[in-house]
Write a protein of this length. Structure first.
Length: 226
C-alpha cells in the first residue's frame, strides 16, 4: 500500500483536503492538484502539490503527467472539482449552462482521458467523482446544475463499460448538499442544517477507490444525509 499513488484533484477545497488526509492515512503517496494555490499550501507536507486548472484539457493532462513523473502512475484518481448554481430552466443562460458543464463534467472526462493510459499500462486503477442527488432526481430551481450532474452520472456508466476490461473501476458519490464555508455563505441556515460534512463524503469516496471498494464499479452512491 505504501507504494501506491493517489491523485486528488480539487485538493485545495474542504472535500478535497479531507480526501487527501484519508488517503495519506491509508498509506498512499498522494498528489493534490488545484488552481487554488493557497488551498494547496494547507495540505500535509508529504503531499505533492500540483497547481493546475483541470477544466482545461491540456492542464488536466499536464497535472497527470507531473504526478506520473514525480510519484509514479496513480492507482487512484479522485476528482472533487464542482460548481453549484441556482436557477430554473426557463431562466438558464448559455453562460450558466456552459459553466456547469465545464466544471462539473469537463474535468472528469479530461482527467480520465489523461490517466487511463497509465492505469492500463499498470494493470488497473480506480476513479471516483462527486455527483449530486439532483443528477438523479429532478428538482426545480437547479436546472443547469442538475443537467451537468446527470451528464456526469451517465459518464460514470459509460466509463464503467469502456474500462472494466482494463481493470479500472469508475464510481461516484452523490451528496445532496455538502457543508462548506461557500455553501454557508449563501444558503439559508435551515438548508445547511441538513448538509453532510465533507469528511463523511470523503469516507465514501475513499472506500470506493481503495481495496475496500472491491468489485464495485459503475455505481452512483447516494450520500444524501438526513
Amino acid at each position: 500500500m505504501t507504494e501506491r499513488v493517489a491523485l486528488v484533484v480539487g485538493a485545495g477545497g474542504p472535500l478535497g483536503r479531507s480526501v487527501v488526509d484519508k488517503l495519506v492515512a491509508a498509506g498512499y503517496r498522494v498528489a493534490g492538484a488545484d488552481r487554488n494555490k493557497d488551498g494547496l499550501e494547507a495540505l500535509p507536507p508529504q503531499v505533492l502539490r500540483v497547481p493546475g486548472d483541470a477544466t482545461d484539457p491540456e492542464e488536466a493532462r499536464r497535472v497527470v503527467e507531473t504526478v506520473v513523473s514525480e510519484l509514479g502512475t496513480p492507482a487512484v484518481l479522485v476528482n472533487t472539482i464542482g460548481a453549484y448554481g441556482l436557477g430554473d430552466a426557463l431562466a438558464a443562460t448559455p453562460d450558466q449552462l456552459r459553466l456547469m458543464m465545464d466544471v462539473n463534467l469537463g474535468p472528469a472526462l479530461w482527467l480520465t482521458q489523461a490517466v487511463v493510459p497509465h492505469m492500463r499500462d499498470a494493470g488497473g486503477g480506480s476513479i471516483a467523482f462527486v455527483s449530486s442527488r439532483w443528477g438523479a432526481e429532478a428538482e426545480a430551481g437547479v436546472a443547469a446544475y442538475s443537467l451537468s450532474k446527470a451528464a456526469l452520472n451517465h459518464l460514470v456508466v459509460v466509463l464503467n463499460h469502456e474500462l472494466r476490461e482494463s481493470g479500472i473501476r469508475v464510481n461516484a458519490v452523490a451528496p445532496q448538499l455538502i457543508d462548506t464555508p461557500l455553501n454557508r455563505s449563501f444558503l439559508p441556515a435551515e438548508v445547511i442544517e441538513h448538509a453532510t460534512a465533507p469528511e463523511a463524503i470523503a469516507d465514501q469516496l475513499v472506500h470506493l477507490v481503495t481495496d475496500a471498494g472491491g468489485p464495485v464499479s459503475g455505481v452512483i452512491l447516494p450520500a444524501y444525509g438526513f
